[in-house]
Design a protein around this ligand. Structure first.
Ligand code: NAP
Ligand code: ZN
Ligand code: ZN
Length: 346
């Protein structure tokens, strides 16, 4: 065991503060990662505030981890000291079920082990990326391509894969009209990826405040959802809508923006249920789907795709002492577009 510095929430809703945690000694197939940067995902805030139910405290959030390998176990074959690597939302799974074998470890039927706020298969509580180091089995580590800086790569480990997976699954590409709802951490990466895939991209944001940014990120069109005319003008327009909104949304209205047979994929996880009227779904044979992060092979594929297309997150680098203020700004939709902690400041 090694004692390392970390930022933790001591209890639900409490501000995060500097502390120390124990990291396990490196086992046969483990790598020790010197964490350089950790993104702040809205999920971190939902969990610290117990917005989705009871959580484990103290909690060290962080599942957008980018760093450098500083030690490897004797059985490790994929990585060596000095490699640039990332860790996302999961650090283990059963590795035997059909989903695990298919590279869908995040859908492990026995339950994937989340990077933090979880109990590992060894019975130990997991702690996330707001720390100086983490120890992870090499099979749950991905390689960050040389073309990507570690700071802008960190958010791809959650925001990147969470938007890449549904865009790929639902055929975003040339000739397709894709809308991204919410221009926050997930949404802005989703816009970049959908554009790189060749789709015609529209941002649906609460206001036009971030319009210039959205167009620079690769959107072709930008509309304010606070304007009721938006829903009239865009009725029946989209092949695919990806909603990244962290609050309950009037899904019936958004389903109305789909073409016949179009799909609305929800990736946002509000703290309350979302209602919609079935007529908005049956009229036009619409599809309402969900998507949760992605497996390890697809996460690597996403990173390689992003490196090839020069896609990194737009970030505000912060010191660890600014985490609590950053949380407030995310809650106020005042993030441009991902806060990334410089872990040297922990
Ligand atoms: P974020 O940076 O806060 O972005 C969310 C965006 O949603 C905001 O920037 C805002 O965009 C919009 N929004 C917020 N409140 C709204 C409201 N009341 N009405 C309409 N729009 C609103 O959050 P994030 O990190 O991207 O995460 C988004 C959600 O996805 C969270 O619930 C998170 O837990 C979830 N998530 C899910 C997965 C998954 O696997 N499915 C993975 C990661 C995160 P505008 O200002 O442009 O309107
Ligand atoms: Zn996340
Ligand atoms: Zn499994």
């Amino acid at each position: 065991m090694t004692t390392v510095a970390a930022y933790a929430a001591p209890a639900a809703n409490a501000p995060l503060e500097r502390t120390t945690i124990e990291r396990r000694a490196v086992r046969e197939f483990d790598v020790l990662i010197d964490i350089k940067f950790a993104g702040i995902c809205h999920t971190d805030i939902h969990l610290v505030r117990e917005g989705w139910g009871e959580a484990i405290f103290p909690m060290v959030p962080g599942h957008e981890i980018a760093g450098v390998v500083s030690e490897v176990g004797p059985g490790v074959t994929k990585y060596k000291v000095g490699d640039r690597v990332g860790v996302g939302c999961l650090v283990d799974s059963c590795r035997e079920c059909d989903n695990c074998k298919a590279g869908q470890e995040h859908h492990c039927v026995r339950g994937a082990v989340q990077t933090y706020n979880a109990i590992g298969r060894d019975g130990e509580i997991t702690y996330g990326g707001y720390a100086t180091h983490v120890v992870v089995d090499e099979n749950f580590v991905v390689r960050i391509p040389d073309g990507l800086s570690l700071d802008v790569a960190a958010p791809l480990l959650c925001a990147g894969i969470t938007t890449y997976a549904p865009l790929k699954q639902w055929g975003a590409g040339p000739g397709k009209k894709v809308a991204v709802v919410g221009l926050g951490g997930l949404g802005h990466v989703g816009v970049k990826i959908a554009h790189a895939l060749g789709a015609e991209v529209t941002v649906l944001s609460q206001s036009l405040r971030k319009k210039d940014d959205g167009l620079k990120l690769g959107a072709d069109h930008y509309y304010a959802t606070s304007d009721p005319k938006t829903f009239e003008e865009l009725a029946g327009s989209f092949d695919l809508i990806v909603s990244t909104v962290s609050a309950p949304l009037d899904l019936s209205a958004y389903l109305g923006l789909l073409k016949t047979g179009g799909a609305l994929v929800n990736v946002g996880v509000p703290e309350e249920p979302i209602a919609f009227h079935p007529f908005s779904l049956i009229g036009g044979n619409k599809i309402l789907a969900g998507s949760m992060i992605g497996g390890i092979p697809e996460t690597q594929e996403m990173l390689d795709f992003c490196a090839e297309h020069g896609i990194g997150a737009e970030i505000e680098r912060i010191a660890a002492s600014e985490i609590n203020q950053a949380y407030e700004r995310v809650l106020a939709s005042d993030v441009r577009y991902r806060f990334v902690i410089d872990n040297a400041t922990i």
